[in-house]
Design a protein around this ligand. Structure first.
Ligand code: NAD
Length: 418
């Protein structure tokens, strides 16, 4: 299977040829502007020093400062970080934000690390990269296995070195640290607003829509709860080890699943019944992708829907909350089959949109309410969807290609103006 970066560049090349993108712009977007590799020494609880490898990819800044999350995972590598920063560049441009694209990571398995070790690692990442990040040049945020608490430590470390409070240096912080109330749910909420828009156009009621979700972390679990609250039927969720599925399709309460998962420590021990009273079926992590449902929401990691399993994907609508969950080959098959895929660069853009609101609030010393932020998000992401849909109609293309065309036009305009 290709690396995510190979996939990302393949997407770029294909769309560049469809829209006849200016060659210079195309070349500029084939490489990150800067890529930083740092070693981060961390004293572990046993007194030994371990060195972790950290990255920050600053892909493109023509539309504004670099923006993108930091991932803590043992699978992090240069290509993944580059791909994610490329997708951020496309995403911010596709939804009309005055931001560029960046992404960071650390090669680490955070499970099993103590709170103190995690804090020293987070502060170490900031120390190592202090000179190249900051509120006016590169503003990181959470991604897989990083969270508001980690953003709080990072902001504190940045402020300590800078010698002044710098809440705008990171987004995705706790509200007490200058975060915005709506941020924790914003990725899921943005994808949900798009689902609502598509559902209303189809004339269906929420109760007629069965939703299966891969990944039950920040993006996936909030999506499940928001959709459930709006009356959708949640019929399957999964994590890295297990899928739990409603056998008859009656749906279940994701709050209950989350509560039990937290108590039991794993989804596989969740003993929940669906609305028909039947016990949920427990299966392999990938089983959820093949469920008979109306909406499939990949919300875990890259390269999940592939040439090998795309035949199992029967949902007519896929909302990509994860970044890069569908390989280019599988994407082509889904498009030819008529499956509507709302691509990652649009579907999960709620996270960066509300991150931008948080940064804006911090810079301007404002405090928006949750309702204000959510309503702005709904309007901004719906508007982006409508613009991208028009391009898809014009080019008879997928929404992914259309989102790229929209973004590449904006990047090309800005690059030509210098
Ligand atoms: P998270 O760490 O909170 O949750 C990840 C979930 O995916 C967990 O349930 C985990 O068990 C599951 N998972 C991990 N590896 C898996 C695998 N190989 N197979 C199946 N499941 C697996 O992360 P998150 O913040 O929810 O991010 C999920 C996806 O959404 C990522 O692709 C991320 O880049 C994307 N995303 C997140 C945000 C955000 O605001 N959190 C914003 C934009 C995009």
């Amino acid at each position: 299977m290709n690396s995510p970066y190979t996939n990302a560049l393949e997407q770029l090349d294909r769309v560049a040829s469809i829209m006849e993108l200016n060659k210079q712009t195309h070349k500029r977007l084939q490489l990150p502007e800067k890529f930083h590799v740092v070693s981060i020494p961390v004293v572990m609880d046993d007194g030994e020093e371990r060195i972790f490898i950290g990255y920050r990819s600053q892909y493109n800044s023509i539309l504004g400062l670099y923006k993108g999350g930091i991932r803590f995972a043992s699978t992090v590598d240069k290509d993944e970080v580059k791909a994610l920063s490329f997708w951020m560049t496309i995403k911010t441009a596709a939804v009309g934000l005055p931001l560029g694209g960046g992404k960071g990571g650390v090669i680490v398995d955070p499970r099993g690390m103590s709170e103190g070790e995690l804090e020293r690692l987070s502060r170490g990442w900031v120390k190592a990269l202090f000179d190249v990040i900051g509120p006016r040049q590169d503003v990181p945020a959470p991604d897989v296995a990083t969270n508001p608490r980690i953003m709080g430590w990072m902001t504190d470390e940045y402020s300590r070195i800078a010698g002044e409070a710098s809440p705008a240096a990171f987004t995705g912080k706790d509200v007490k640290d200058g975060g915005i109330v709506a941020r924790s749910t914003s990725t899921a909420r943005g994808g949900f607003y798009l689902l609502e828009k598509i559902r209303k156009d189809s004339g269906k009621e929420p109760g007629e829509m069965r939703v299966a979700i891969q990944g039950f972390g920040n993006a996936g679990s909030f999506f499940a709860k928001i959709a459930y609250d709006a009356g959708y039927k949640i019929i399957g969720v999964s994590d890295s080890r297990t899928s739990v599925m409603s056998q008859g399709g009656a749906g279940f309460d994701p709050y209950e699943v989350q509560k039990i998962k937290e108590e039991q420590g794993a989804l596989q021990n969740v003993d929940v019944h669906d609305a028909d009273g039947a016990a949920l079926r427990v299966g392999q992590p990938l089983d959820v992708l093949g469920m008979k449902c109306d909406v499939l929401v990949p919300a875990a990691v890259e390269n999940q829907i592939t040439q090998d399993n795309v035949e199992n994907v029967v949902a007519p609508l896929v909302i990509e909350l994860a970044n890069g969950p569908t390989t280019p080959e599988a994407d082509r098959i889904l498009f030819e089959r008529g499956t509507l895929v709302v691509p990652d660069v649009l579907a999960n853009a709620g996270g960066v949109i509300v991150s931008y609101y948080e940064w804006y609030q911090n810079i301007n010393d404002e405090q928006w309410t949750e309702d204000e932020a959510n309503e702005k998000l709904r309007l901004q992401i719906s508007h982006a969807h409508s613009s991208i849909e028009s391009i898809a109609q014009e080019y008879k293309s997928s929404l992914r290609d259309a989102a790229y065309i929209f973004a590449l036009r904006a990047l090309d305009d800005a690059l030509r103006k210098g």
